[in-house]
Design a protein around this ligand. Structure first.
Ligand SMILES: [Zn+2]
Length: 358
């Protein structure tokens, strides 16, 4: 964990001041009653880890919350807000209880079962988990986990990576037009996030070649291996379903739908629904756009496939004021948004984050 900075200390004291003076409550009143913003918050989680700072997600801190902080967040919600199921929210439309909250998880990580589920049960919080249908019960996982681990352990330079990407894309197209991006930060070490971002446009075969080339160039890092079972199994999913957790679809393979030909996007949207419904014997009503990306065609395909609603990711301007059931906006939650300068849970910080993002 990093040391508290001056900025984080000021932010924390400001949150405490606004919370305990009642300003935050007034702010929420202003936004919802005066400006007419819907008084509901759909929270978006990914991973819940015992020690987020020790594991591979360190390269993507926005994806994790610690089990301890998650427990405190759920305790606060169960006491202070009405937590409802996402499908109930989609069905209820505007007649929602004031300050309604829905808790959602993307991707289908195994820690949702081992770490989040006991906390959800303890506080009787309903939740929705969006499964990446092809990954459930298999060792398949997200390519970015392999890439970020290889980057961390492999001593790649920006030039190495540009070379790898150029060769991998060259084989496919014959004439590579992709610019050899410079992935080297000011310190000379490789910055994982922009590199991962630049790979998102590649088709799966090319991506495979990039990862294979990275492994080849750094055999020691490749040998260290990935976590062999990071995703949920169907048994775990079924157990959680009987405990009141609802499941939605996050596509089959997590490919970004706006970058696929229409028929392939359709397969991801409809195929995942069929797989999940067959396994769970229950309707799959909610969809979560992989990477949060959608357009008019993708949205229409989700609606036609029979889903009741679809969620986006925060930062999505299209969805900001919308009450459209197929572009429901969410508030991203991770460790940093609800802890004080010493890394402990702060109710004021959490409430501030929710109010700011209404
Ligand atoms: Zn995802």
């Amino acid at each position: 964990m990093s040391n508290p900075t001056g900025r984080s200390i000021i932010k924390y004291f400001l949150a405490v001041l606004l919370f305990y003076s009642g300003v935050l409550a007034a702010y929420r009143f202003f936004k919802t009653r005066i400006l007419g913003r819907p008084d509901l918050s759909i929270l978006m989680y990914h991973r819940v880890l015992d020690n987020p700072w020790a594991s591979a997600v360190l390269t993507q801190p926005g994806m994790a919350v610690s089990t301890e902080v998650f427990d405190r967040q759920m305790a606060y919600l169960s006491k202070s807000r009405q937590v409802i199921r996402l499908t109930a929210l989609a069905e209820a439309g505007r007649s929602l209880p004031r300050g309604a909250v829905a808790v959602t998880f993307d991707d289908g990580w195994r820690d949702n079962f081992t770490n989040a589920y006991p906390v959800l049960q303890k506080h009787e919080i309903p939740a929705t988990i969006f499964l990446t249908a092809d990954f459930v019960g298999t060792p398949k996982s997200f390519w970015f986990l392999s890439v970020s681990r290889l980057l961390r352990e492999g001593n790649f330079t920006g030039a190495d990576l540009s070379d790898i990407v150029r060769k991998a894309t060259g084989i496919q197209s014959g004439s590579d037009t992709r610019p050899a991006a410079d992935h080297t930060g000011v310190t000379g070490s490789v910055d994982a996030d922009p590199f991962i971002e630049s790979l998102k446009d590649l088709d799966p075969e090319t991506l495979e070649r990039v990862i294979a080339a990275m492994r080849e160039r750094s055999p020691a890092a490749a040998d260290a291996g990935d976590d062999d079972k990071p995703m949920l199994s169907w048994e775990e999913v079924i157990e959680m379903q009987s405990g009141g957790v609802e499941f939605g679809s996050h596509g089959c393979s997590h490919r970004i739908l706006t970058r696929l030909p229409g028929a392939q996007a359709q397969d991801e949207i409809t195929g995942s629904r069929i797989i999940i419904e067959e396994r769970l014997g229950r309707k799959t009503d909610c969809f979560s756009y992989p990477n949060g990306d959608y357009n008019a065609q993708v949205k229409a395909a989700v609606e036609q496939a029979g889903y009741l609603c679809a969620v986006t990711t925060r930062g999505d301007r299209l969805a900001a004021k919308s009450t459209d059931r197929f572009s429901l906006r969410r508030i991203a939650v991770h460790e940093g948004i609800s802890v004080g300068p010493r890394g402990r849970f702060s109710k004021a910080m959490f409430v501030w984050h929710l109010a700011r993002n209404l």
